[in-house]
Design a binder for this molecule. Sequence first.
Ligand code: H2U
Ligand code: ZN
Length: 353
Amino acid sequence: MDIPDYPHRRHNPLTDEWVKVSPHRTKRPWQGQQERRDEEEIPSHDPKCYLCPGSSRSGGVKNPDYTSTFAFDNDFPALLPDTPAGEQDASGPQGLLKMRSERGRCRVICFSPRHNLTMARMNSQEILKVVQLWREEYLTLGSESYISHVQIFENRGEVMGCSNRHPHGQIWAEELIPDIPLKELTQQEHYYLQHGSGMLEDYLSYETEQGSRMVYANSSWAVVVPYWATWPFEVMVLPYRRAASLAELTDREQTELAEALRVLCIKYDNLFLTSFPYSMGIHQAATGDRQFQGTHMHLHYYPPLLRSAEIKKFMVGYEMMAMAQRDITPEQSARRLAELPEIHYTQEGFHAD
Ligand code: H2U
Ligand code: ZN
């Protein structure tokens, strides 16, 4: 019996959760002609956009006339640096109800002064500036004594609830390590203590040799559809060397990360000939006293699209109540992404097969 052809579940060793795979439900999920969706003309500068150079933001602060990247404190931060410390001893029956105050800082980072760009249409040099900014922000925020974790993320596209199309991301730096990174750091440390090597290092060696889930690689980075991927076209971007954080990346690794992200974002746009939505997040070393062994930094990309620019995978019903589920297998997704051209569909020289 060939398990991958039948309904099965796969284990995610980073989170210790399972995902259900139902490959029989979609033999050919990408059959049918794609409609090329040319974006309506979007200006490179929008005076009404609060992220554009020279614009006024809520609260009246004016953005500088920045020419590359730009970071600022979020005007509507979810966390505040000066919240008084406090832990309310568990109350309620058997101490069931717990509460803690939490301090932190929220930042917004603009990837480019150009309102109508996305990473898929930025060049490697421009993307490198974003990588360098992520790294600086991680170092600066992480060096604050009370900050234990720096979450860098990007929420792209209207279907993801992104409020503004200007290319940007966010950073939430906080006192306590959030649940998902904490789980991944703990799982990696357990593996390291048990085996004496990094979980993702070993995993990547296996994937490189095995090949069926590789999307792209250069000499420092790989883009892989994880064996345990949940979202239809989810990928993980990770360095071959077990760098714990952006802080540890060499110049060459930073340059090659920019190139890997450029190619990935182009492939994503080419998949459904649309500006591809996703949530991206960087998982890396915690920045507080508690350090975890075996940490291998990586980026997760979770795109919601399933079959076209309009047809999206919903994580509802069974997924909300029981566990994650997917139809198309990670191997099918990886093959599809790997075969896509590295020239953007709006550029001359693009050929869809
Ligand atoms: P999203 O599009 O990913 O939601 O990010 C936009 C962020 O920008 C959001 O967190 C902030 C919002 O709080 N913002 C400002 O900091 N200043 C503004 O003038 C408007 C929006
Ligand atoms: Zn703008």
